[in-house]
Design a protein around this ligand. Structure first.
Ligand SMILES: NC(=O)c1ccc[n+]([C@@H]2O[C@H](COP(=O)([O-])OP(=O)(O)OC[C@H]3O[C@@H](n4cnc5c(N)ncnc54)[C@H](OP(=O)(O)O)[C@@H]3O)[C@@H](O)[C@H]2O)c1
Length: 161
């Protein structure tokens, strides 16, 4: 299956760590702003753990974006307006003509890195102790096309070669 207008967005430490105890193990406010700017007006597809983590952080779904949650839990009842699908294919099919971002977590990145053609990665220039990790970004597959370096982190866009 080849998909277009579909990207991954993630903040990734040097050791590929993305999370610990269902939270992000660092706080970079510029990265939250970058995530907001990049995804606003678009669709964010995420796993149930990530959605619950966001509720813990901001107390509501991501504003001004279509929140789509992947879950196989029949008892999961999200707030009004949040879409739930039990497969990635169904979630994508519901948003064929829109710009779609996979927003994590680890299980979703692992299942979608071969489907997307763009990666929006915030490289955090540190290693962290964690329990969830991003897949390897294979240099034979991914070409860096844009970079903005900051103190302690870099915003990078990769396109599939
Ligand atoms: N650094 C970052 O940019 C970033 C971004 C997002 C999240 N995170 C971190 O990542 C961690 C969470 O990752 P995670 O892997 O534990 O959880 P997750 O991917 O957010 O969510 C896992 C849940 O999604 C369900 N799911 C996964 N694939 C599915 C599919 N194809 N269809 C239907 N349901 C599906 C799983 O159901 P089953 O149990 O039935 O498989 C499970 O309930 C947290 O620490 C979070 O803070 C970091």
């Amino acid at each position: 299956m080849k998909l277009y207008m579909i990207a991954i967005i993630a903040a990734v430490a040097e050791n590929l760590c993305i999370g610990k105890d269902n939270k992000i193990p660092w706080h970079i406010s510029e990265d939250f702003k970058y995530f907001k700017k990049t995804t606003t007006g678009n669709v964010v597809i995420m796993g149930q753990n990530t959605f619950e983590s966001i509720l813990g952080y901001i107390g509501k779904p991501l504003p001004n974006r279509t929140n789509v949650v992947l879950s196989r839990d029949p008892n999961f009842s999200p707030p009004e307006g949040v879409e739930v699908y039990d497969s990635i294919e169904k979630a994508i099919a519901a948003h064929k003509d829109e710009k779609v971002f996979f927003g994590g977590g680890a299980s979703i990145y692992k299942q979608t890195i071969d489907l997307v053609d763009t990666l929006y990665i915030t490289h955090v220039h540190e290693t962290f102790d964690g329990d969830t990790f991003f897949p390897e970004i294979n240099a034979h597959i991914w070409k860096e096309t844009w970079r903005e370096d900051h103190d302690g982190f870099s915003f990078v866009i990769y396109k599939k070669k």
